[in-house]
Design a protein around this ligand. Structure first.
Ligand code: GSH
Length: 228
């Protein structure tokens, strides 16, 4: 039987440098304090990593197996972790019904959308692609994201959930990394939110672990970045 510190499951993720959806699953399990073994499968590029296809129901990461539960889709992993987060940790969704509805809507909008931003500015934690990827559609996504953030931050930051990161912050954390890498113009409030997320210890840890990944995991196509 598992003791308090032995893993109670496995979280499958991809290369930390590139895998934005993995970052969400990883943040969710860590913010909720789940003890899981991390299984990192390096991405091979182009979305068809054979080892990921063999290991997960959708052929995608993140994927969580935990105490008999099988959870795929990053937002479902956030919801699962929110149910299990112990009382001594900040909850991943707030108590207040209307506030919870707002933050869930913000999270769901991210999960379902912002395709132009995701295509034009793919995640790469190790490069400075300032000024690149700034297509009109990607910039329209950035403007909408800033509006969503402002609506959530009206109740007080530094995070969308307030003093601690929650489910919506998890969903937007990889967006924050893209805004750092590609540096489109942001409002002062947007910049402050980006800085707050980047300074979070778990986000810092994800960046550090990405920086320590072997060079052999780098994918030339991803390192070239989008056209200037
Ligand atoms: N809608 C999924 C998207 C997951 C996804 O697209 N994951 C990418 C990595 S960021 C993947 O597994 N790609 C397969 C591959 O590159 O082989 C979610 O929310 O979890």
């Amino acid at each position: 039987m598992a003791d308090a510190t032995s893993p109670e499951g496995r979280l499958f993720i991809g290369t930390k440098r590139y895998s934005s959806w993995s970052m969400r699953g990883w943040l969710a399990v860590h913010l909720a304090g789940l003890e899981v073994e991390e299984v990192l499968i390096p991405l091979t590029g182009g979305g068809g990593t054979a080892a990921i296809k063999a290991a997960t129901p959708t052929g995608l990461v993140p994927y969580l197996e935990h105490r008999g539960a099988r959870v795929w889709e990053s937002l479902a992993i956030v919801e699962y972790c929110a149910e299990l987060a112990p009382a001594h940790l900040p909850p991943l969704w707030p108590e207040d019904r209307a506030r919870r509805a707002l933050l869930r809507s913000a999270a769901a909008e991210m999960h379902a959308g912002f395709r132009a931003l995701r295509q034009a500015m793919p995640m790469n934690l190790g490069r400075d692609f300032a000024g690149r990827g700034a297509t009109p559609d990607a910039l329209a996504d950035v403007a909408r994201i800033e509006t969503v953030w402002a609506t959530c931050l009206d109740a007080g930051g530094p995070f969308l959930h307030g003093e601690a990161m929650g489910g919506a912050d998890i969903m937007y954390a990889p967006v924050v990394t893209r805004l750092i890498t590609y540096a489109p113009a942001l409002s002062a409030r947007g910049k402050a939110y980006v800085a707050a997320v980047r300074a979070h210890p778990l986000v810092g840890r994800w960046y550090e672990e990405a920086a320590r990944e072997p060079e052999s995991w780098r994918l030339p196509g991803y390192e070239a970045g989008p056209a200037a």
